[in-house]
Design a protein. Sequence first.
Length: 586
Amino acid sequence: MNFGNPPALLWGLLIIPVLILYRRRIRLRREVTATNFLWERVFAKEPLRMAWQKYRHIFSLLVQTVAMALLVIALAEPLLPGPQRIVVVVDNSASMNADDVGPSRLLLAKETALKMVDGLRDCDRMAVLSAGDAVGVPCTFTSDKPMLRRAIESIRPTRPPKGTTQVDAAVRLAGRMLAEKPGAPDAEGLSAEAIFHGQRRPGWKIVLISDGGFDGAKEMAAVDGVEVVRVGKPTGNVAIARLHARRNIANPHKCRVLIEVRSFADGPVECPLVVSSGEKTIHTETIQFSGNGRWQGLFEMVCGEGGLTAGLDIDDKYPFDNKAAVDILPPGLHEVLVVTPGDRYLKSVLEANRLVTAHFTEEPLPAVPPGLLMVYHGKAPNPLPGAPTLVVDPAGSTDLWELGEPLEDTSVAWQDDTSPVMNDVRLAGVQLPGAKQIRLTEKAEKTGKVTILAKNTDGDPLIVAIDRPAGRVVILSGDLQTGSLPLRTVFPILITNCLDWVAGIDRGAEASASPADRPGFAEGDIRVPADLGIDVSEVVMPGQPPDGIGPATAMLYRLPPWLYLVIAAAVILTLEYCLYQRRWMT
């Protein structure tokens, strides 16, 4: 048995003075009277009562000992069952926006999670995770019910869908949290040993609230220690689950389009897929499913500026997920004016880029023509013109930075992988000889957002980005002639990323499907296997009554175990008082 207050068991030592007092009780004196023979005749008529008199003191001691034991156990707060450590994983993928149950599946899932929070005891601990296209941790282990409620209510639906549901990753993270191994790598497979890292204990539990619309749902429901709470009703539905579009860098007039369609019907399905750009249809294809399945298509299409729309010509229960739209980035052709004394590496990489129309000059122009991107190699004008600018190997100071002494360590030790400038770029260990100290001026700090993109082991910046209203600026330090950067494949990618960023274009961001008309775009009504998981009404937390019982019974169900022990001790002491102290049986 587990106890919430184990030190209270020391109160059981009070039985020692009770035993001492019992052994040292006052004994009655014998006196001879003239009427003694009358009492002997009375007791001689009731032999059974005489037998009770022989054991009544021992019985009283036994009753008092039992009552004291009950009170001591009550003070120790017995826990039936023991303390619980629970991780609730709420599936907030796009399919949870379907409204076949309640206001939506996600709202029903959150209500179920809140119901579990209400059943928590002070000794229980709960954590909350979300599993959409990424795993979220709204709340770590705590017994604070208001905090848990706020965490559950803060879970928002995933829209639009950007990828597959990360339920299995969320469950594995929950297992690592229970095993107190947050930094452990994900274990492959769905076995209990893999999820809990072989350390599962009584009271550990993972509760997954989902519609079952993820790969491996059936296997997940069979894992010991993982309870799957199902929300949603099975229906036959066909939906566009994913729509991505990206311009082809080699040929910016074309787009690479990925379309994924899922069928959740048991029988065969055939429907046309129509892809259009604006009002022009650019692709038509008939999709066939023999049953529950997934279809993916990767196309290269000529797309103009504006949006791309994919639609299914089918009549099903959820027509809003039969259509998806995506915005297409403009081709992003750059007209660049390069001021350079004639560096062959910079010139060759710009001339080979099909997105760039480069013009070269050795002296800076007195005024920058509108619409041009400026590239300065070496000396840059002071002040820097108000245009999108890339500065390579700066030779002097400007109004945005002051150039210091040459750096001793010119190798890249750290880079900001979150910046679009560093998309598909790895500069670790790259030498940038000739790099100098770059100290940003007060004007640069005030007029724009400064981001260090790469630095050496001493923390000195090697690549700096300044997002200013007059035009973004990227500073790339280091001599291209003597360095190893121009000889690496990342150099043309880095230059392209720099030009895109100063021009305000992020090619690394995939355009994703968005709802055409209705908010709450769903990636499809997920067909749930009949043997998946358990019903919501079957999930009962410690201290929480099951559904379908009356209010009086529910109130008794919620009473803590120690209160029953106190009541039992009171009843026993009352009986002992009446039977022994009041001499009902003497």
